[in-house]
Design a protein around this ligand. Structure first.
Ligand code: SF4
Length: 183
């Protein structure tokens, strides 16, 4: 590994209970991607094939926590990343997946897998390989300590780039008011 590569910031990203929209917005930083790859090395991320997070400087997480696997991945990220960043409404407050929190889990599963036309015949999946569902979808701050949050569904690529470029340069990240939105 070259000296330049060793001094790059190590960055990991993952999605828990999210739709990958925040990752798509991350890719929307467009030409800044060329600057970013000069500044960072990617660890676990959809952009790599790395399955487990190694020690990293920054971890970006989209999505809330809906099952036991999400809890495991989130705790691994927290343990390995010096700075953990919640990206988007799902990570910050559960977002759209948390709409199921108003319905008891059993009733929710019955409605989807037994009552609905189409999936009705399949029954509720119970393969032991499937991660256990939590009773409610949780924001990530209920499970681990979070250092920063970038609101939005999703946050804009502009906001993500401003935030990351500040953090990588050692500045306290600051987003101007037009970059902050909560929808
Ligand atoms: Fe998708 Fe919005 Fe959740 Fe991001 S915040 S993962 S865009 S639903």
């Amino acid at each position: 590994m070259s000296t330049a590569a060793r001094t790059r910031v190590r960055l990991a990203t993952t999605s828990l209970a999210g739709c990958f929209g925040c990752h798509m917005s991350f890719l929307d930083i467009d030409e800044h991607l060329f600057e970013l790859v000069e500044l960072v090395e990617f660890d676990r991320s959809p952009l790599t094939n790395i399955k487990h997070c190694s020690p990293c400087d920054i971890g970006l997480i989209e999505g809330g926590v809906c099952n036991a696997e999400n809890v495991h991945v989130l705790r691994e990220f927290r343990a390995q990343c010096k700075t953990l960043v919640a990206i988007g409404a799902c990570a910050i407050n559960g977002g759209l997946p948390a709409q199921r929190n108003h319905i008891p889990l059993e009733a929710c599963l019955r409605e989807v897998y037994q009552s609905r036309a189409g999936l009705g015949a399949s029954g509720v999946p119970n393969d032991p390989e499937l991660p256990l569902l939590l009773d409610k979808v949780r924001p990530i701050h209920e499970v681990v300590r979070v250092d920063y949050s970038i609101p939005g569904c999703p946050p804009s690529g502009e906001a993500i780039w401003k935030f990351l470029s500040d953090l990588i340069a050692g500045r306290t990240p600051r987003l101007s008011h037009p970059m902050l939105h909560f929808d």
